[in-house]
Ligand binder design. Structure first.
Ligand code: PRT
Length: 110
């Protein structure tokens, strides 16, 4: 199931770790117990995506590496959302609402 439907499965696992406050050996549980660490991880993983994209653009890295870094970022974003009781459905609703609407740049932005 290597398509976007897998996100729903991963989200369900993250939610189950959230419900199990004593989940043994769970990295997700560790993150949920340490909100500042989740926020740090988002910045760190976004930086690594940026680096992987730059390296790929320079012909020094592979698409596979970028895919791995993007997977790390997506996973950590889902954990951050779960920690704040925001569901992917709420995020999708924002995207859907925007879809097809013309982009209105903010003053000063292209
Ligand atoms: N998809 C992921 C996933 N992606 C990335 N990671 C973890 O995110 C971390 C990536 O951060 P780094 O590369 O910086 O590694 P690190 O130095 O070990 O991390 P830090 O100590 O800095 O936090 C690694 O520990 C990865 O194992 C993930 N950890 C868990 N999942 C999935 O989440 C679900 C629940 O996992 P558990 O909560 O561990 O049971 C399972 O389906 C897992 O496959």
């Amino acid at each position: 199931m290597a398509d976007e439907r897998f996100l729903a499965k991963l989200w369900a696992t993250i939610e189950s770790r959230k419900a199990d406050v004593a989940a043994q050996g769970s990295y997700t549980r560790k993150l949920l117990d340490a909100p500042p660490r989740i926020r740090r991880k988002i910045i760190e993983e976004a930086y690594e995506v940026n680096e992987a994209h730059q390296a790929l653009s320079d012909g020094k890295d592979t698409k596979d590496h970028l895919a791995h870094e993007a997977a790390d970022l997506l996973y950590h974003l889902l954990v951050l959302l779960a920690s704040a009781d925001v569901t992917p459905t709420e995020v999708y609703a924002v995207l859907e609402h925007r879809h097809g609407q013309p982009h209105v740049p903010k003053p000063g932005n292209p």
